[in-house]
Design a protein around this ligand. Structure first.
Ligand SMILES: *[C@@H]1O[C@H](CO)[C@@H](O)[C@H](O)[C@H]1NC(C)=O
Ligand SMILES: *[C@@H]1O[C@H](CO)[C@@H](O)[C@H](O)[C@H]1NC(C)=O
Ligand SMILES: *[C@@H]1O[C@H](CO)[C@@H](O)[C@H](O)[C@H]1NC(C)=O
Ligand SMILES: *[C@@H]1O[C@H](CO)[C@@H](O)[C@H](O)[C@H]1NC(C)=O
Ligand SMILES: *[C@@H]1O[C@H](CO)[C@@H](O)[C@H](O)[C@H]1NC(C)=O
Ligand SMILES: *[C@@H]1O[C@H](CO)[C@@H](O)[C@H](O)[C@H]1NC(C)=O
Ligand SMILES: *[C@@H]1O[C@H](CO)[C@@H](O)[C@H](O)[C@H]1NC(C)=O
Ligand SMILES: *[C@@H]1O[C@H](CO)[C@@H](O)[C@H](O)[C@H]1NC(C)=O
Ligand SMILES: *[C@@H]1O[C@H](CO)[C@@H](O)[C@H](O)[C@H]1NC(C)=O
Length: 587
């Protein structure tokens, strides 16, 4: 051994030891389980080395959720960029069930967070761009009103070059300069048409080692979805596609996670690269996927001057060491995988992860109103969850929900008080994909089977299990399920009534009712296949569970009061039958 070699060995022995101590991690996908589509994730050293992800909201309000994590495992809901109807009033009269706000991109530049998004009513396909800013991503109200500008196509990305010029890239793949003060756009040009040239979208621009790297999604967000990459020394191109494209895909595999795409790359505090993308837990059959498109995490190796190497997406992953687990993240929002234990105490607010379908009617929901402590008061909407969707314009629904975040779960509420007066007044629970695909179990006032002796119709409360699967727009289930109606047992009348939705297994939901004083006397009202909540009119979104109140088109105005809102995850399927249980954070 030469002396020099010996010295080098001696110098390098320490780091080598250190490296072997910091072992690679193992973790499971999805990173953000349940409907969290079109993720955009960044790392912000200036904000306590935190990671931030934005996901799509379509018609849900509040919209454009932002999640924060210090460890890429525990994700807290930090804010909604869109929390005031006046920011995007169009959502209130968007009828197409998959219209609305698609694919937020979050960026951080010079101390400011930016959220850029496209709005589309889907038909006509007229796209509008919105840019919001904040310096406080933990506060809904701190997000600005938007800068609004016309867009030729969807999925805008924001990129600042070193000379300060700001660009947007969007599907096509188009590029324009943008003035962030005025919204004035430069001329648009197509900078790359992609690897397969089929639906190039979701562009991301990275500047590294003297190259502009343009990573895009292609193939549509279905089974053919994948990521491809190109690079150029000039931001306007020409872009040279990578010979190893696609760089990320599960297409043509038997993997449980499919539709992988809409990716993003970012570094952690140690300089290691990671990526986020959307994926669907459907297997290649792609028929049963009620949670829709979810967010997954994968490690990336990106050596100087080389193309990035993205680890394929699986349920069980290993990669770079993860930062130490912690839940010390500002804000009061829930962590994505936490259960709900919500009793609506006086003075509390509606939980930040609760969602409406468009804007709710004014005063539809009140926490603990006078005389009804520890309840949520619901004022019924005239429209029910189906009504004349998707054809009518402005239709407000008294409907409040949360995302189904687990393959298996149990959701229930107690109807504490409901004294309906008119026929068809109803309060109930739902597993909801869109207004044309939902499973409902309600307490509803209906005529009794045995009319009075003088022929008058007696009304009485009933349990009604009713499935909506509008034939023309159906998802992956083509049948119809009969409505089931049963008189409410008289012995239940003097105590709260529990209405419950369970994913009993991966393919079926069960809706049941019980008296809260005797929960074991549970009345199973109906079972429905999860394929009703997969695809169809809701191919871009995922299942939500929650509560509704309606007069079903009638004149009824009776309020109902619910409480004891519970949601408990009971297992995530990470590989077609391999379940990981819900494990509470211990730290
Ligand atoms: C950053 O972390 C420190 C220490 O945990 C904490 O005191 C501070 O409030 C955090 N700041 C932000 C912006 O989260
Ligand atoms: C949709 O709603 C917005 C805000 O309420 C309103 O400005 C706009 O005119 C409405 N558009 C239509 C077509 O009704
Ligand atoms: C949230 O932002 C609003 C608007 O900027 C501000 O008035 C309010 O004080 C902020 N709240 C907190 C807790 O910082
Ligand atoms: C998947 O397989 C089909 C049929 O062999 C082929 O046409 C298609 O190009 C493949 N897709 C990808 C992304 O490899
Ligand atoms: C799960 O595996 C079974 C048995 O191999 C197969 O029939 C089924 O299609 C797979 N389902 C999914 C969703 O991958
Ligand atoms: C650690 O993970 C990285 C990223 O996936 C990978 O490149 C590397 O080979 C792994 N190291 C070991 C020792 O497994
Ligand atoms: C009326 O009685 C029949 C037979 O018992 C039952 O199937 C049906 O659900 C009842 N309808 C209502 C509205 O209670
Ligand atoms: C799932 O549950 C439904 C309803 O109980 C049942 O019919 C079906 O056989 C179950 N599927 C499996 C794979 O156990
Ligand atoms: C919804 O309400 C309409 C009346 O507005 C009624 O005709 C329809 O049966 C109801 N359907 C469902 C599934 O809620």
């Amino acid at each position: 051994m030469h002396l020099l070699e010996f010295i080098l060995d001696a110098i390098f022995i320490l780091p080598a030891v250190a490296l072997s101590i910091t072992k690679n991690s193992t973790y499971t996908n999805p990173m953000l389980p349940g409907w969290h589509s079109d993720p955009s994730c960044i790392f912000v050293a200036e904000e306590n080395n935190s990671f931030f992800c934005a996901t799509s909201s379509f018609l849900t309000f509040p919209g454009m959720p932002i999640y924060t994590s210090s460890d890429l495992v525990n994700w807290r809901l930090s804010s909604h960029v869109f929390s005031r109807p006046s920011q995007v009033p169009q959502i209130g009269n968007t009828t197409v069930q998959n219209g609305g706000l698609w694919a937020t991109t979050i960026r951080y530049h010079d101390g400011i967070f930016y959220a850029i998004v496209s709005y589309t009513p889907e038909s006509p396909f007229v796209v509008t761009g919105f840019i919001f800013t904040t310096t406080d991503p933990y506060n809904d109200s701190a997000w600005s009103d938007p800068l609004v500008f016309p867009l030729i196509d969807i999925d805008p990305n924001l990129f600042w070059d070193d000379d300060g010029t700001t660009y947007i890239q969007f599907s096509g793949i188009h590029q324009q300069t943008i003035d962030l003060e005025t919204g004035i756009l430069g001329p648009a040009s197509i900078i790359w048409t992609g690897f397969t040239k089929y639906i190039p979208e979701g562009p991301r621009m990275y500047k590294k080692d003297g190259y502009y790297y343009l990573m895009i999604a292609e193939g549509g967000t279905e089974l053919g979805h994948h990521e491809a990459i190109a690079r150029s020394t000039n931001i306007w191109g020409p872009y040279e596609g990578y010979s190893g494209n696609p760089i990320l895909t599960n297409t043509n595999t038997s993997q449980y996670f499919q539709t992988v795409g809409h990716g993003e790359l970012f570094q952690d505090a140690s300089g290691n690269w990671w990526g986020s993308a959307l994926a669907t837990r459907s297997g290649p059959a792609w028929e049963n996927y009620p949670m829709g498109r979810e967010t997954v995490l994968f490690p990336v190796t990106w050596n100087e001057g080389e193309w990035p190497v993205l680890q394929p997406v699986r349920g069980q992953m290993s990669g770079w060491p993860l930062p130490p687990q912690t839940r010390a993240i500002p804000g009061s929002g829930p962590f994505v995988e936490d259960p709900d234990v919500i009793d609506f105490p006086p003075g509390s607010a509606i939980p930040p992860h609760f969602l409406y379908w468009r804007f709710p009617p004014e005063d539809a929901f009140t926490v603990s109103p006078q005389g009804h402590p520890n309840t949520l008061q619901l004022r019924p909407s005239k429209s029910n969850l189906t009504s004349s969707a998707p054809l009518t314009t402005i239709e407000e629904l008294s409907l409040i929900m949360r995302v189904q975040t687990d393959t298996l779960f149990s959701f229930s509420i107690d109807v504490v008080s409901f004294e309906p007066k008119l026929q068809e007044e109803e309060v109930g629970v739902t597993a909801f994909l869109t207004q044309t695909q939902h499973l409902d179990l309600g307490i509803v006032l209906l005529p009794q089977n045995s009319s009075g002796s003088d022929g008058e119709v007696n009304l009485a409360p009933h349990l009604r299990f009713r499935v909506t699967n509008v034939p023309a727009l159906k998802g992956d289930f083509s049948g119809t399920l009969p409505t089931i109606i049963k008189p409410l047992p008289e012995s239940w009348l003097n105590a709260p009534i529990r209405l419950q939705v369970d994913a009993v297994n991966e393919t079926h939901y069960a809706l049941s009712a019980a008296s809260s004083v005797e929960p074991s006397g549970n009345e199973l009202m109906g079972i429905a296949p999860a394929t009703i909540l997969s695809g169809g009119d809701g191919e871009f979104t995922g299942t939500l569970v929650g509560v509704y109140a309606t007069s079903n088109g009638g004149a009824g105005m009776t309020e109902s009061y619910i409480s004891r809102w519970r949601y408990q995850g009971k297992g995530q399927d990470i590989n077609n039958g391999t379940f990981v249980p819900y494990t509470p954070f211990i730290g």
